[in-house]
Design a protein around this ligand. Structure first.
Ligand code: SF4
Length: 229
């Protein structure tokens, strides 16, 4: 599995995919990447120390992701990240968290002492699809509520059951209420949620121009950030 990469197109930064404790929620219907989680702090530390050793600081920006929320990183791994930030003169951090931790984001800000862009996997702003079909456990009602806590929504596109109308709305909300957004085109995995090839084809044609949008990053494949497998 690739755990380190440089993103050079939009928002140049280094990105690391760290190992973490199991996702506290762990029940989203489309998710099987929690298989990367571990219960063993020593194993997590060993993997994360090696991955973080690649960070050079060349862009001054570091994105840290794991197959859970940043709050599922053990303290010893948070200390490693902090060390790298100090040593490599990182000035901005990208982190990701589930909605359930929205009241704790300030803890990370105080710990790292640099500006943080907080991402959240909303998948869609359509409340019924997100909660009833995807079982996301992020029961906000409006994008404004999300924007109160988070800077950047991650939106999933191309799952069976989604509609063009939902996708149009999701992208309009991402543009209107957030300074940054990530659109993930859905990739089939071991779960029962499957790709809708026709919908993805439509999306590729209709939203080609997003590639030129400086604030929106589109992952046409889930490995487009160069990490994961
Ligand atoms: S919150 Fe994220 S890691 Fe946890 S189950 Fe849902 S998609 Fe998977």
């Amino acid at each position: 599995m690739d755990r380190y990469n440089k993103i050079t197109k939009k928002f140049p930064r280094e990105i690391v995919l760290l190992k973490a404790y199991p996702c506290k929620w762990g029940r989203c219907r489309f998710c099987d990447y929690i298989e990367d989680n571990s219960m063993h702090e020593q194993e997590i530390f060993r993997v994360n120390q090696e991955v973080l050793s690649h960070v050079t600081g060349e862009f001054g920006v570091l994105e840290v992701i794991d197959s859970a929320s940043c709050f599922e990183l053990p303290k010893s791994s948070l200390d490693l990240i902090k060390e790298v930030i100090d040593k490599k003169d990182i000035k901005k951090l990208f982190l990701e968290s589930h909605w359930i931790y929205r009241h704790r984001l300030q803890e990370m800000r105080e710990f790292f002492e640099i500006p943080i862009l907080f991402k959240i996997g909303v998948e869609t702003f359509d409340n019924d699809f997100r909660e009833r079909i995807l079982n996301k456990n992020a029961n906000f009602q409006t994008p404004q509520q999300v924007a109160k806590y988070f800077d950047s929504p991650c939106i999933m596109v191309g799952m069976q059951g989604q509609t063009k109308e939902m996708i149009r709305k999701d992208i309009a909300f991402a543009r209107r209420y957030f300074s940054h957004a990530t659109i993930n085109v859905y990739t089939n995995n071991t779960t029962c949620i499957k790709r809708d090839e026709n919908l993805i084809k439509w999306f590729q044609e209709e939203f080609k121009s997003l590639d030129q949008n400086p604030y929106i990053e589109v992952l046409w494949q889930n490995t487009d950030f160069g990490v994961g497998d």
